[in-house]
Design a protein around this ligand. Structure first.
Ligand code: SAH
Length: 289
């Protein structure tokens, strides 16, 4: 993620709002869930900053949490409380999907960042993960996952994530989908994510090394596709590999020349594209390195 760039203001016009109901996924939520948001009501949001501010905040007194796979005694509850505070903050930003909130509560974000940054793991900020990339802000991750799950009361089927990075969002997805394929183009991060995720033993998560711009045809069609890196447009391969009734959420440069969240619904009658708030993600690059 490019850091230090100002976040552009939210688009002045409301999103197209042309999303149509999706035949494959009836809008059902568990009885106890808060008011479900219908799939066809995409709400604009204020500009979301997916990247860290120019200077990282000064390290604070390190809480007793560990970035290592073995949780020291007493740390579990403490990090659970810190995570609960993060989840409350994200709820305050308007995220209501029970499955997304439960996943955010369950997945220990501090296991995905370097030990020197562990004390910032539950702040709503992006953090460097090496090779010039960043773990996205939890608030932005939550927003995108909610868009992906919107109107679905049950777990998603097969999901493709482009840009594994450190593996945090992939771990969240594994709670929300029956099967997750996550692809990363940087070998170093692909390996790092595997290491980070080992502790979680997520048997439904498959990590792939390759160019995600091509999608992953072997796993297609996907109920959902999510990208953590933004290109000039949404690659056609992703749309091709989306199931009818499926949804894609990705940052992409829009006609206004800035990066916005884009939602693509593949319906029986065609593609419905909706542009939402401005965001700032690392660039989507082709090839591997
Ligand atoms: N979801 C990640 C965010 C990582 S940042 C996390 O939770 O940490 C986005 C990632 O997308 C970077 O690691 C970057 O290398 C990767 N990326 C960019 N272009 C890509 C491509 N074509 N295929 C696969 N990964 C890509």
């Amino acid at each position: 993620m490019k850091r230090g760039l100002p976040v552009p203001p939210p688009p002045s016009s409301a999103p197209a709002g042309g999303a149509k109901p999706r035949p494959g996924f009836p809008a059902r939520l568990p009885a106890a869930a808060p008011a479900p948001v219908p799939r066809n009501q995409l709400q604009p949001r204020p500009a979301a900053r997916a990247v860290a501010p120019p200077a990282l905040p000064q390290p604070k007194a390190a809480p007793r949490v560990s970035a290592h796979p073995v949780a020291p005694t007493g740390v579990g509850m403490e990090s659970q409380a810190v995570r609960a505070a993060m989840v409350r903050k994200i709820q305050g930003q308007g995220v209501t999907h029970p499955g997304v909130l439960a996943a955010l509560q369950a997945v220990e974000r501090h296991r995905f960042v370097d030990s020197a940054l562990v004390n910032q793991a539950y702040e709503d900020t992006s953090l460097p993960i090496g090779l010039g990339q960043t773990i996205s802000k939890p608030g932005v991750v939550a927003r995108m996952l909610e868009l992906l799950c919107q109107g679905r009361g049950e777990k998603m089927g097969r999901v493709l994530e482009i840009g594994t990075g450190c593996g945090y969002q992939a771990a969240l997805l594994s709670h929300l989908a029956r099967e997750v394929y996550s692809i990363e183009r940087l070998k170093g991060l692909h390996e790092k994510s595997r290491e980070n995720l080992r502790w979680f033993r997520l048997s439904n998560l498959h990590l792939l090394f390759g160019d995600g711009m091509l999608g992953y045809p072997k796993g297609a069609p996907y109920a959902a596709i999510i990208a953590a890196a933004g290109g000039n447009d949404i690659p056609q391969a992703w749309i091709d590999q989306l199931a009818v009734g499926g949804r894609l959420v990705a940052p992409a440069v829009t006609a206004a020349g800035r990066q916005n969240l884009v939602v693509v619904d593949k319906t029986a009658t065609g593609i419905v594209r909706t542009e939402l708030e401005a965001v700032l993600f690392v660039p989507l690059k082709s090839g591997v390195a």
